[in-house]
Design a protein around this ligand. Structure first.
Ligand code: GAP
Length: 513
């Protein structure tokens, strides 16, 4: 069986081969951690965005959307804290000239120790069989205890250093743990330095003087600075939310794992404004709602878990991640944060404007508290694709790669194929395409054998293939072939529209929420 790493490599090349994701400006050898979405990728991405948007704006009377500009007044980022504190600690290896995030190097070291413990446990499980008591083994085995002690001490030192952003301490941990550069294999490290993740550029011509502005590192601030505009023009009453989908930019030091960590990516964020003191109940509400949204796709309930934050940002009073089991382990896909009234208060302070809400029921004004749900479109895309990717052995020694995408998200819903390129079959097939294309993305394919055409559609995750044969001209029936179980059925042409639109209807998914 292929290792998870091998599966991931195959997934990355599958994405390129079948028009999902290409390296950016590839003819010039690409640009690190920047990617383009191809003809199938953009459809899948748009479907994910529609599912999110509809679940927020369509289903909730009290949530409205906006589309704020990427460029914002530079004071925005002073107020939000990004100019001063949106930093990663970085360290260089002098021999390989490679740059790393100091915190990532230490976290990888922690993961290695954890792996050693897990190996001991698995070895013992095999040895003892059914009689194995994992908890007792973990509490008594000397080797496990030794590793656990090492892990706990390191974890404590690391948390202390990160909480205090003590750069010398981070360096000392790397030295003490004898962490080597994966490229050069040496321990010739520089000191740890802070590195701001925001990209900046200049606005205005040099003759008039220029202003340094930033490419937004999150979409959320576009919502905060428009709080009053939306509240007043929409006559919104608390509690209410503002949703937005848009690009964000971060100059990530460790940018890898394909589209998991990119320098240009897309976020879907919703800020939900509530009465002070009611934030915890709304935090719980959105935590549950967001997990339901993920699970409704049917990718497997066991693939999700919450990760509650122990270390909170100074403005947050609760935070949790929804993690998804990617081929490289459980990873954050979405964050749900209770951000208090920090952002609105900061913008009030820096702009000199009063940013408050008059609550007619309480007959009082206050700065609303905020619950934020923030999900990366690209990470969502990666989680959907990694759950959908299957390599299957078929009867007769054949094999196929199939993307078992939720039909509602599939880039192409149906492909119509004439059995042969003559005898009026292509014309009949085109008629069916023309019937379906107003409701669902439909393609036409007449090249190669039917078997090869099925494989091509499996590879992009098309849920329905429709074959027109000679009998179709007499009985007006076609063969519909289902992607996941490869079942084939003879059905009248007039029933096709109903079968397909029913299976890919977003409403069915939204009703589960
Ligand atoms: N406004 C809150 C915020 O931006 P975050 O945890 O930094 O919070 C939210 O980001 C989500 O954005 C993450 O859960 C992830 O899905 C996505 N994201 C963040 N950085 C990313 C990157 N470099 N590449 C791809 N997605 C990213």
């Amino acid at each position: 069986m292929a290792s998870q790493e091998e599966v991931f490599k195959k997934l990355v090349s599958h994405c390129k081969e079948y028009g999902f994701v290409f390296p950016s400006s590839e003819i010039y050898d690409g640009l690190a951690a920047v990617y383009d979405y191809g003809q199938n990728g953009v459809e899948l991405k748009n479907n994910i965005k529609k599912y999110w948007w509809d679940s927020m704006v369509l289903l909730h009377e009290n949530i409205v959307g906006i589309d704020a500009a990427i460029f914002m007044h530079p004071t925005t980022w002073k107020a939000s804290g990004h100019v001063d504190a949106f930093n990663d600690p970085l360290i260089d290896n002098r021999d390989s000239k490679k740059r790393y995030r100091a915190d990532v190097l230490i976290e990888e070291q922690l993961a290695k120790i954890e792996e050693k413990i897990n190996k001991e446990v698995e070895k013992a499980r095999k040895r003892f069989g059914d009689a194995f008591d994992e908890q007792k083994f973990r509490e008594t085995n000397p080797r496990v205890l030794e590793h656990q002690k090492h892990f706990d001490e390191l974890h404590q030192r690391y948390s202390d250093a990160m909480n205090a952003m003590d750069l010398e301490m981070l360096k000392q941990i790397i030295v003490d743990e004898e962490i080597v550069c994966p490229i050069s294999g040496t321990r010739n490290w520089t000191d740890v330095r802070q590195f701001n993740l925001m990209f900046s550029t200049e606005m205005g011509s040099t003759a008039d003087g220029t202003t340094k502005i930033y490419l937004r590192p999150e979409t959320a601030q576009g919502i905060f600075v428009n709080f009053l505009n939306v509240q007043k023009t929409g006559r919104m009453k608390i509690p209410f939310g503002i949703a937005q989908i848009g690009k964000a930019f971060r100059n990530e030091i460790v940018a890898r794992q394909f589209i998991f960590r990119m320098r240009e990516f897309e976020q879907m964020e919703m800020q939900f404004f509530v009465r002070p003191g009611e934030e915890m109940q709304w935090f719980q509400h959105w935590k549950e709602f967001r997990l339901r949204w993920h699970k409704a796709l049917g990718l497997g309930d066991n693939k999700y878990r919450y990760h509650d934050h122990e270390k909170l940002a100074h403005y947050a009073n609760a935070a949790t991640d929804i993690e998804f089991e990617m081929p490289f382990g459980f990873k954050e896909v979405e964050g749900i944060h209770s951000r208090t009234n920090f952002d609105l208060s900061q913008h009030a302070k820096f702009s000199g404007k009063k940013i408050e809400y008059f609550d007619p029921e309480l007959n009082q004004s206050y700065t609303p508290y905020v619950i934020e749900t923030s999900i990366g479109v690209d990470r969502m895309f990666l989680s959907v694709l990694s759950a959908a990717y299957h390599e299957e052995q078929l009867d007769g020694g054949d094999s196929r790669v199939v993307l078992k995408l939720p039909p509602v998200l599939a880039p192409v819903k149906a492909c119509v194929m004439p059995l042969v390129k003559k005898d009026g079959l292509p014309e009949k097939a085109r008629e069916i395409v023309n019937m379906l294309k107003f409701d669902v993305k439909t393609t036409y394919d007449e090249k190669d054998s039917i078997g090869k055409r099925y494989r091509r559609q499996d590879a992009v995750g098309t849920p329905f293939c429709i074959t027109v044969d000679h009998d179709t001209l007499n009985d007006n029936c076609v063969t519909i072939r289902y992607r996941d179980d490869m079942r084939q059925e003879r059905v009248p042409i007039e029933s096709l529209h109903g079968i397909i639109t029913d299976a890919v209807d977003m409403k069915n998914l939204l009703r589960k929420l």
